[in-house]
Design a protein around this ligand. Structure first.
Ligand code: ADP
Ligand code: MG
Ligand code: MG
Length: 339
């Protein structure tokens, strides 16, 4: 019998559109002889769209509004064997939807509540990986309450890291709210921007002058495997939103041309991070490679990485020997595995 799959896409985060592109690719790829797929697009307001509106939103690339309150629709999920929550960012990749599905008794693709929430939060990720002995850049944190109360204090603590530095919302993706700050005069604006997206902000020392950005795909539950390592090349100062999503701005190299032994070390660190964070199913783990010093620093883990047919994660797994349809099938099998 065909497995009934519920594909959730869109969602309330600023990565709504990115999620819909990923969902279109998955819908086109799921083998029809094995899966009966229903998509539900979640609007930017968090409501679940019925089938006709879902189809329309998938075509249009966004759903600003419409749909019904999620709690009224959640009983409909009872008819599915497995859910693919193809949602990026807060209210989707951060354990909230994973908690809902866990309570509903539905198996789902990807990490559970713990791995999703810790992996989404750049501050908590740093803490856990620090404890696991994984190399990272120096960092500071601040809360919005602190920022309102003592902006000078927050800025001088950030400036201890030296310039350039990076200011980021703790919970976000696609470089939304991320700034590269080259001097003290730009700090306040960067912090204000980041606090506009999140109650908690992380400030990071830059990983060298211009680090190489290398990424690895992890697939599996208790015995995860690492893909070959890929690299992103682009001309901008850092990998910002436009560079990520404007065609032709960034180049993907798979495998990454790295000196002897570096890829193996990336794979090993990524697998350790994946397990330290209690991830499952899949993740893309991103690193900085500082060529001048040979330093390897873990930047972040993405528990639901971009998933169009040309995205980095599926391309990495392709290099590992899994075609896009095979990868999606494997992810659903992993979701149904006893854990
Ligand atoms: P997101 O989760 O939004 O992708 P990242 O933490 O990956 O956020 O930051 C986005 C981009 O900003 C990175 O891909 C990189 O180009 C740049 N960047 C972020 N942090 C640093 C850092 N500490 N040193 C150098 N570059 C950084
Ligand atoms: Mg990210
Ligand atoms: Mg990133």
């Amino acid at each position: 019998p065909r497995r009934r799959v519920l594909l959730l896409a869109g969602g309330q985060s600023e990565e709504h559109e990115v999620s819909l592109s990923s969902a279109r690719s998955v819908l086109a790829a799921l083998p029809q002889d094995r899966f009966e797929v229903t998509a539900v697009v979640i609007s930017k307001q968090g409501r679940w769209l019925p089938p006709a509106e879902t189809a329309q939103a998938l075509g249009a690339g966004a759903a600003e509004s419409g749909g019904e309150p999620m709690l009224q629709r959640v009983s409909d999920t009872a008819g599915y064997d497995v859910v693919f929550p193809l949602l990026h960012g807060p209210m989707g990749e951060d354990g909230t939807v994973q908690g809902l599905l866990t309570l509903a008794g539905l198996p789902f693709v990807g990490s559970g509540v713990l791995g999703s929430s810790v992996g989404m939060d750049k501050i908590m990720t740093k803490r856990v990986l620090e404890a696991a002995g994984i190399p990272q850049v120096a960092w500071r944190e601040a809360s919005r309450a602190e920022w309102r109360r003592d902006p000078q204090g927050v800025q001088s603590r950030a400036a201890e890291l030296g310039f350039p530095l990076f200011v980021k919302p703790a919970n976000m993706g696609s470089s939304v709210g991320v700034s590269r700050v080259t001097g003290a005069g730009e700090l306040a604006e960067a912090l204000e921007l980041a606090f506009g997206h999140d109650r908690r902000v992380i400030v990071e020392a830059a990983a060298g002058a211009k680090p190489r950005e290398v990424e690895v795909g992890i697939l599996g539950n208790d015995d995860p495997v690492a893909s070959p390592v890929g690299e992103l090349r682009f001309d901008t100062d850092f990998y910002d939103y436009d560079t990520k999503y404007t065609g032709g701005r960034a180049e993907m190299l798979i495998p990454a041309p790295l000196p002897e032994g570096v890829s193996e070390r990336i794979q090993e660190l990524a697998l350790r991070a994946y397990q330290a964070l209690d991830c499952a199913g899949l993740s893309r783990v991103d690193f900085f490679y500082v060529e001048e010093t040979g330093e390897l620093l873990l930047n972040e883990i993405n528990t639901m990485p971009g998933f169009t047919t040309t995205s980095m994660y599926p391309s990495l797994l392709q290099a590992h020997g899994l075609s896009y349809p095979e990868l999606v099938t494997r992810l659903i099998e992993l979701a149904l595995e006893e854990r």
